[in-house]
Design a binder for this molecule. Structure first.
Ligand code: OOG
Ligand code: NI
Length: 432
């Protein structure tokens, strides 16, 4: 559906495939060397308007095995939104369904103009994102009784939520007033669906994709978000995008509809690296803030220079507790004789091997960069300093979802400790 709606998305996927093929052949590898999920992997993003829409989407994604992970306070970076990422949470589930949706919801309390706030809520209260039929089907599925022949209908009813409509539900004048308040408010409030605003494939080499986008004349964003390029050990997430399309939209009007344009949908691509620990994240945030401060923005040279302080060797990253790893017993290795063995000893003697755990989540500052490059400069209060989310707004979103939102690091921590328990079992020793 999205490829039909945004043909440039198809071009981007083609670029990613050709870049990835080149990377593979340069390493003497083939597609079969990649994890099977690599080519399927996507993340999408939607922006919702009300608490009720957020609750319903949480149920819908839950049915598909996707649960909220991580809290993203976009207010900290100038947008009247907060959100979470719905995604599968276990390795097995991610293997089957490597898909996630960055989902934000409007915070009306952050719309400064009181009358616009009221207008927004009024418009949104009339919107029906979830058809009556879809709600019936969801209730049936949750009680475990969806007949097989209804699954297609479930999918087609669900797709209606995400589809693009080129006809706004409001008069042009209302749209323009909301856009002046904040472009993202207009994007959320003025349309009948929660249109997917981008769908992001994963690549092996984002610098090559960026170069190829530019050489094909795609309107690429100026810089890649995330850690600098040129590192041996990829960490977290690097992302770039092409700018939003200026799309023709019709606005309702008494006599006859009025024409206008709207920019919201864009293309994004990402390269994923290792999940970092809290300590690793603090170092990342600190270095990024320092590089941005020196340059009042992003500059690749300053970024690269600043990030020299971030170790670029897996052994160092592990010893310093900066990255999460999955441990496993090396093939053919013999269990040690003692009952308790030190981890370092087992690694030193090659009994235990380790590999970095992939980061499956997002970065609020990168998200802000992506938002800004597509919606125009944020006009909210841009706060500098750390991006620690305020506990209060997190609690607001959790109450709204009716569940607590796990902190992404806790999930990686668990993967790491589970892998250690597996090693202990396999070797029949206690690892200290
Ligand atoms: C979401 C932007 C955030 C990412 O990859 O960080 C995002 C949006 O534009 O609604 O998708
Ligand atoms: Ni994205």
């Amino acid at each position: 559906m999205y490829r039909t709606e945004v043909p440039l998305y198809g071009d981007l996927v083609d670029i990613v495939n050709s870049v990835d093929n080149t990377v593979l052949s340069s390493r003497g590898l083939t597609k079969s060397d990649l994890p099977p999920r690599h080519e399927l992997e996507r993340h999408g993003a939607i922006r919702l308007g009300t608490a009720q829409e957020m609750r319903l989407i949480s149920r819908l994604f839950g049915i598909m095995g996707m649960y909220p992970v991580g809290y993203y306070d976009l207010h900290m970076v100038g947008f009247p939104l907060h959100g979470t990422a719905f995604r599968p949470t276990t390795e097995g589930a991610l293997r089957k369904n490597p898909f996630r949706v960055f989902t934000t919801v409007l915070r009306p309390d952050l719309i400064t103009d009181v009358s616009l706030r009221r207008t927004s809520m009024e418009i949104l209260s009339k919107r029906v994102l979830f058809t009556h039929r879809l709600c019936q089907l969801m209730t049936q599925i949750e009680s475990g009784s969806l007949p097989k022949e209804s699954t297609d209908e479930f999918i087609s009813e669900s797709l209606k939520i995400f589809k693009w409509h080129a006809r706004s539900t409001v008069p042009k004048e209302t749209y323009l007033r909301l856009r002046r308040e904040h472009p993202v408010v207009a994007d959320i409030v003025c349309f009948p669906s929660a249109h997917i605003n981008h769908l992001t494939p994963r690549t092996l080499d984002i610098d090559a994709v960026q170069a190829e986008m530019i050489s094909r004349g795609l309107p690429a964003k100026e810089c890649i978000e995330g850690p600098p390029g040129g590192r041996k050990c990829q960490i977290l997430l690097r992302q770039t995008s092409f700018k939003a399309l200026e799309e023709r939209v019709m606005f309702v009007n008494d006599a006859h509809d009025l024409e206008g344009t709207h920019t919201a949908r864009f293309g994004e691509v990402e390269q994923r690296g290792a999940a970092v620990t809290r300590k690793g994240r603090e170092l990342y945030d600190k270095l990024l803030a320092s590089a941005m401060f020196q340059r009042q923005g992003r500059d690749e040279d300053i970024l690269t220079e600043t990030f020299k302080e971030y170790p670029d060797d897996w052994a160092d990253l592990r010893k310093q507790g900066l990255v999460y790893f999955r441990y496993k017993v090396a093939e053919g290795s013999k269990p040690p004789q003692q009952e308790e063995v030190q981890m370092e000893e087992l690694i030193g003697s090659g009994v235990i091997e380790y590999e970095p755990i992939t980061y499956e989540d997002f970065l609020p500052l990168s998200a802000a960069g992506i938002f800004t490059s597509n919606l125009g400069e944020s006009n909210g209060s841009k706060k500098s300093g750390t991006l620690e989310a305020t506990t209060n707004s997190r609690k607001v979103l959790e109450d709204l979802l009716g569940c607590s939102i796990p902190v992404e690091m806790d999930l990686y921590q668990k993967l790491q400790s589970d892998s250690l328990v597996e090693c202990e079992k396999a070797l029949g020793v206690k690892i200290s």
